[in-house]
Design a protein around this ligand. Structure first.
Ligand code: ADE
Length: 228
């Protein structure tokens, strides 16, 4: 069982984690998922969690106290890997998701506004992770990406019918195209080789398609080791 705690000012955004594959894993007890409202830990009488930046500049900064108290209430013995979502972090990859999935306990802090007071990051956070070179209005969507992509590598989350053996990046290539019934749609036919049940031929066809699409779309992946 993997525990995932998300620390956020917007816990309701994470309701969607209860759908689909991760939702199924939560229901069956393989993933213990909780979105914790940082605001509950504010000692301000109005539960304020942000303030203007020292040195001036635009926007607001999340204050250290509510985050510090929230992290220490949830993880007093530092048993969680504590991650902060930030465009300044290391870039998320297939390999990093596999690595994160080896932790039994994962805590993900979501920043908002212009960010969070650097001191709470210095005091509490183990890793900063970015999901790409663009800026989101908060870390929540990024945290969902990390939680979903990581949960898929936790034993038992994927049934054998949706294993990640063949999927993109598992062998350093993009995945081959998929087809299902009917055999012809709007004049487009399913490739003959997929219909004849010759598994060796099918495997060869899929490998060839994988290489073709990787060469065309992501030549940078060719020659890399798994998950790199
Ligand atoms: N917060 C805002 N933008 C982000 C990004 N690109 N990755 C992770 N966290 C973020």
């Amino acid at each position: 069982m993997m525990k995932i705690k998300i620390l956020t000012l917007f816990p309701a955004m994470f309701d969607c984690m209860h759908e689909s594959i991760v939702g199924r894993a939560i229901k069956s007890g393989i993933i213990d998922f909780e979105a914790v409202d940082i605001r509950r830990y504010s000692r301000d009488k109005h539960f304020k969690c942000d303030d203007t930046p020292y040195g001036g500049g635009a926007g607001m900064v999340m204050t250290a106290q509510p985050i510090f108290d929230c992290i220490n209430a949830i993880d007093p013995d530092h048993e969680y890997l504590r991650v902060y979502m930030s465009p300044k972090g290391e870039r998320l990859s297939d390999g990093l998701c596999r690595e994160l999935a080896r932790n039994d306990n994962l805590l993900i802090l979501c920043g908002h506004y212009e960010g969070v007071d650097q001191r709470v990051l210095d005091l509490c956070i183990d890793r900063e992770i970015s999901i790409g070179d663009y800026v989101l209005s908060g870390g929540e969507l990024a945290a969902m990406v990390v939680a979903d992509a990581t949960a898929r590598f936790v034993d038992g989350v994927l049934g054998c019918s949706d294993s990640h053996e063949d999927e993109s990046f598992s062998d350093g290539l993009l995945e081959y195209p998929h087809y299902t019934r009917p055999p012809e749609f709007m004049g487009l036919k399913v490739p003959e080789v997929l219909l004849n049940g010759n598994h060796k031929e099918i495997e060869k066809f899929r490998r060839q398609k994988s290489e073709e699409i990787t060469r065309a779309r992501r030549p940078d992946l060719l020659g890399k080791k798994d998950g790199e």
